[in-house]
Design a protein around this ligand. Structure first.
Ligand code: FES
Ligand code: FE2
Length: 439
């Protein structure tokens, strides 16, 4: 009879019973057990305890530039209207009529002067106040039936919402840290050049995990023209020999750009607080390969009208990751925003938004296909990898496997997630965890 290798003998056995959902148990440094990714119970907990309890990225302000412009954010049984009101403020309301509960706006985006319920025509202003309700009793008080508000916060042109009555209290602190990185690119005054919705056949956590490492970047030949696959390897880590030449180029490009960033007063230091606070995040400036200007095949600009008046095309990229559902890249000529919305245990919406200067003209300043082609194909490649991962994890043969050093952000995401489910994130942070910095 053959013997199992020692490592296999230590692994969980195929057919081990799944942990009950009330036990948030995982082995540090390993991928999660299968039920976290495939079961309805864990999906419900993710909706209730992650997406309904934390700040989530909803939209760019550029998606709703004029009063009355709105987007709806819908996941599981929740739907939220994010709308610019008549006073030009960004607001968020539950998309539920105060009469008998009908869903109000059913389109993903649009523009409207008032929010009218299709059922019995109750009508609300963009600020959520009820303005019309036909045939009510004489003592009916409209002021008691405004749309239920959702907390909303904009940060440098990005709109975040939180469904919780008591949202995580660290968003102001996060804004103080990230705004100096984002503000110079003026995303609040940009325009949407294109937006795509891709439904990936995998759990939302697999989408996030896939985003948090470049171990798989060999699957992205187009992106790798300009994206250094050294991402995730710190100077002290063992760098695979195959990445030696590219690491040299990365270091040289970084050295050159640091002097540019410093001259322009652009912050670039890496700040990583991914799993040590309620709203975990990471932000930094990174050099890019070849011309180093944009996400094109040769790295040269995709849009000749730059986002800002800094007068410098080669700025590399601002990279920001935020738990639980967003990441972004900003080059000198465009912003690229990604949001992740869970639809089912095995279905996830990935929305990609390309922002350019509001005065940039398609066909003159940018060609839409050149602007979007690298990330279009990269998104499809990632969707394929996420489906591959979900398919394998759904098999009874799956057992959690180990993360390597370059997958530290995957570990940080999973650790943040598990700590969130356990209610371990506090703010202000405990004294023994003073700044949340790690790695
Ligand atoms: S449910 Fe909306 S008006 Fe009746
Ligand atoms: Fe990828």
């Amino acid at each position: 009879m053959s013997q199992l290798p020692a490592a296999a003998a230590n692994a969980p056995s195929i057919g081990d019973p799944a942990p009950p959902p009330e036990l948030v148990h995982r082995v540090s440094g390993q991928s999660l057990p299968a039920p976290f990714y495939v079961s309805d119970e864990w999906f419900t907990r993710d909706i209730d305890e992650i997406f309904s309890a934390h700040w989530i990225f909803a939209a760019a302000e550029a998606e709703i530039p004029e009063p009355g412009d709105f987007v709806t954010v819908t996941f599981a049984t929740r739907s939220i209207i994010v709308i610019r009101d008549d006073a030009n403020e960004v607001r968020a309301h539950h998309n539920v009529c105060r009469h008998r509960g009908a869903r109000l706006l059913t389109e993903p985006a649009g523009s409207t002067g008032t929010i009218v319920c299709r059922y019995h025509s109750w009508t609300y202003g963009t600020d959520g106040n009820l303005t019309y309700a036909d045939a009510q009793a004489p003592d009916f008080d409209k002021t008691c039936f405004s749309l239920r508000p959702v907390r909303v916060r904009t940060i440098a042109g990005l709109v975040f919402i939180c469904l919780a009555d008591q949202p995580p209290a660290d968003l102001d602190d996060l804004a103080d840290i990230v705004e100096p990185y984002l503000r110079p690119h003026d995303l609040a005054n940009a325009k949407v050049a294109r937006q795509t919705d891709l439904v990936e056949n995998g759990n939302w956590k697999l989408v996030m995990e896939n985003n948090r490492e470049c171990y798989h970047c060999g699957g992205h030949p187009e992106l790798l023209n300009v994206f250094f696959p050294t991402w995730g390897y710190s100077d002290t880590d063992a760098i695979p020999p195959r990445l030696g030449p590219v690491m040299s180029r990365y270091r040289q490009a970084t050295e050159e750009l640091v002097s540019v960033w410093d001259r322009l007063g652009l912050p670039h230091k890496r700040i990583a607080q991914l799993d040590t606070r309620p709203t975990g995040f990471h932000i930094e400036r990174e050099a890019m390969d070849l011309a180093g200007e944009s996400f094109t095949l040769d790295g040269t600009l995709a849009c000749t009208r730059l986002l800002t008046d800094l007068g410098e095309a080669r700025l590399g990229r601002v990279s920001m990751h935020m738990q639980p559902n967003m990441w972004l890249h900003i080059t000198s000529d465009h912003g690229l925003l990604f949001s992740v919305i869970p639809l089912a245990p095995d279905k996830t919406l990935v929305r990609t938004t390309w922002l350019v200067h509001r005065d940039a003209v398609e066909g003159v300043d940018y060609d839409l296909d050149r602007l979007t082609s690298v990330w279009d194909v990269t998104n499809r490649q990632d969707a394929d990898l996420v489906e591959l991962a979900h398919s394998g994890i759904a098999s009874p043969a799956y057992v959690p496997g180990p993360y390597g050093p370059s997958e530290f952000q995957v570990e940080a995401f999973v650790n943040w997630y598990v700590r969130a489910l356990r209610g371990e994130h506090t703010w202000p942070q405990a004294a023994e965890d003073p700044d949340g910095s790690h790695r």
